[in-house]
Design a protein around this ligand. Structure first.
Ligand SMILES: Cc1cc2nc3c(=O)[nH]c(=O)nc-3n(C[C@H](O)[C@H](O)[C@H](O)COP(=O)(O)OP(=O)(O)OC[C@H]3O[C@@H](n4cnc5c(N)ncnc54)[C@H](O)[C@@H]3O)c2cc1C
Length: 402
């Protein structure tokens, strides 16, 4: 008996969108199940940067940085309407935790990893004579300013674009539709979901759990489940200020030494982000007053013209959830690599995607495709007989009772 789909992707954030697009492009029959709306969760609440992540060099995540920089290059060439390069400025003060030599070292390594042939890989020290043109940046105790380039996007628009591309290639979007349960049967995975207030069922050969901060909850609805390691949700808040500081991104240190971005966003200024452990329902994550004050204090430390602003002058704020492996260290230095966990490495039926970056969604999608090929490319008969062997479903009642 054939299945309705080759692959069901649960979640239409950037990871689900990327996986669905890659699978549809490879010619598989794909469905996407999304409970809330395309890009309504983490993928619209990020810092909106298409970057390697300069600060990940501090924690030695060179592979991740190189992969993201490669993806940045592809996105700039192929989605120029959605991704643009923006000048980033790093001011170094007498009181900064990271001295000028360390910033120079980091930027040199970043340039090297982005490929020296790229014109955008060059960085420079901004001459003192130009410091007055830096959007009113506080020059007291300023010892150096470095400029380099990185990418900015509209995360929700990028995600919608990738979902549209998947749909244009034949993917079937069920939205809103919420997973109720998935179970391996001799006819493939049987998936129950609710859409339009009705319980429906579909059959698929593989299920890809791209449910972001819900990844562990979705995993418990699957039989077999993927062997996910212990995960932690870490909330990150951004605030939006109505004043504009020009088309520059500033990379500044908060009072606790954490790196915070001050970015142009639709004529306003976006400041973020924070990191706090979160244990509630992912739907309920919202910025706290403490986080908003911390971000406002950070921007006021560097831009004197914002010092009259109060918390009630913040025109908008939002919080998103990172999915990080639990390892007892500070979330700031925790690895940001994407985890891909399968129920069975040789013949996967359920694959769970945890963590990762907006920037590297295509690289993640390629890895997903590689992991699922053995199941997707096995003939239906072969796949089913293997399931029968595993579940005992193909044997007679008498044999099963032996
Ligand atoms: C504060 C913050 C800043 C960040 N900044 C950057 C950045 O600047 N650059 C960068 O590259 N990365 C950044 N990231 C990382 C990036 O945003 C995330 O990796 C990415 O958005 C995660 O996408 P996702 O598809 O896994 O999850 P999500 O976007 O959360 O999507 C998961 C989807 O699954 C759906 N879902 C869940 N359960 C079910 C169910 N049972 N049935 C149906 N649907 C379900 C949800 O409704 C949701 O839409 C940031 C992350 C955070 C938190």
């Amino acid at each position: 008996m054939s299945t309705d789909f080759d692959a069901l992707v649960v979640g239409a954030g950037i990871q689900g969108a990327g996986a669905a697009e890659a699978l549809a492009m490879a010619g598989y029959r794909v469905a996407i199940l999304e409970q809330l709306g395309v890009a309504t969760a983490t993928s619209s609440r990020s810092s909106k940067l298409i970057h390697g992540g300069l600060r990940y060099l501090e924690s030695g995540q060179f592979r991740l940085v190189r992969e993201c920089l490669r993806e940045r290059r592809w996105l700039l060439a192929n989605k120029p309407q959605l991704v643009r390069m923006v000048p980033f400025y790093i001011p170094v003060y007498r009181f900064s935790k990271r001295p000028a030599w360390l910033i120079r070292l980091g930027l040199s390594l970043y340039a090297l990893l982005s490929g020296v042939t790229s014109g955008y890989s060059r960085f420079r020290a901004v001459p003192r004579a130009e410091w007055d043109n830096l959007s009113g940046l506080n020059c007291d105790e300023l010892v150096a300013v470095y400029r380099y380039y990185d990418g900015q996007t509209d995360d929700a628009a990028l995600t919608r674009n990738v979902v549209d591309s998947a749909v244009a290639r034949g993917a079937h979007l069920i939205c809103p539709g919420s997973l109720v349960g998935a179970e391996l049967t001799p006819q493939g995975m049987r998936v129950d979901y609710v859409a339009d207030g009705q319980l429906s069922t579909l059959r698929t050969r593989v299920l890809i759990n791209c449910s972001g901060p819900w990844v562990a909850d979705t995993n418990t609805l699957c039989a077999p489940a993927a062997p996910l390691p212990p995960l932690e949700l870490v909330a990150g808040t951004h605030i939006l200020l109505s004043l504009s500081l020009g088309e520059k991104i500033f990379y500044v240190e908060a009072e606790d030494g954490r790196a915070v971005f001050v970015m142009p966003w639709k004529g306003k200024t976006l400041v973020g982000t924070t990191e706090r452990s979160y244990e509630g329902d992912p739907r309920d994550v919202t910025p706290t007053l403490e986080e908003e004050s911390y971000l406002l204090r950070t921007v006021q430390r560097y831009f004197p013209q914002t010092r009259t602003l109060q918390v009630h002058d913040i025109c908008d704020s939002f919080a998103g959830l990172r999915v990080l492996p639990q390892n007892g260290t500070s979330p700031f230095s925790r690895p940001r690599e994407t985890l891909l966990c399968c129920d069975d490495e040789k013949h996967p039926r359920v694959l769970a995607v945890a963590g990762g970056k907006l920037t590297s969604y295509r690289a993640t999608a390629r890895k997903i495709l590689r992991k699922l090929r053995p199941t997707l490319d096995a003939s239906s008969e072969a796949g089913i007989s293997e399931v029968e062997q595993r579940s005992g479903a193909g044997r007679s009642e008498k044999e099963r009772n032996l």
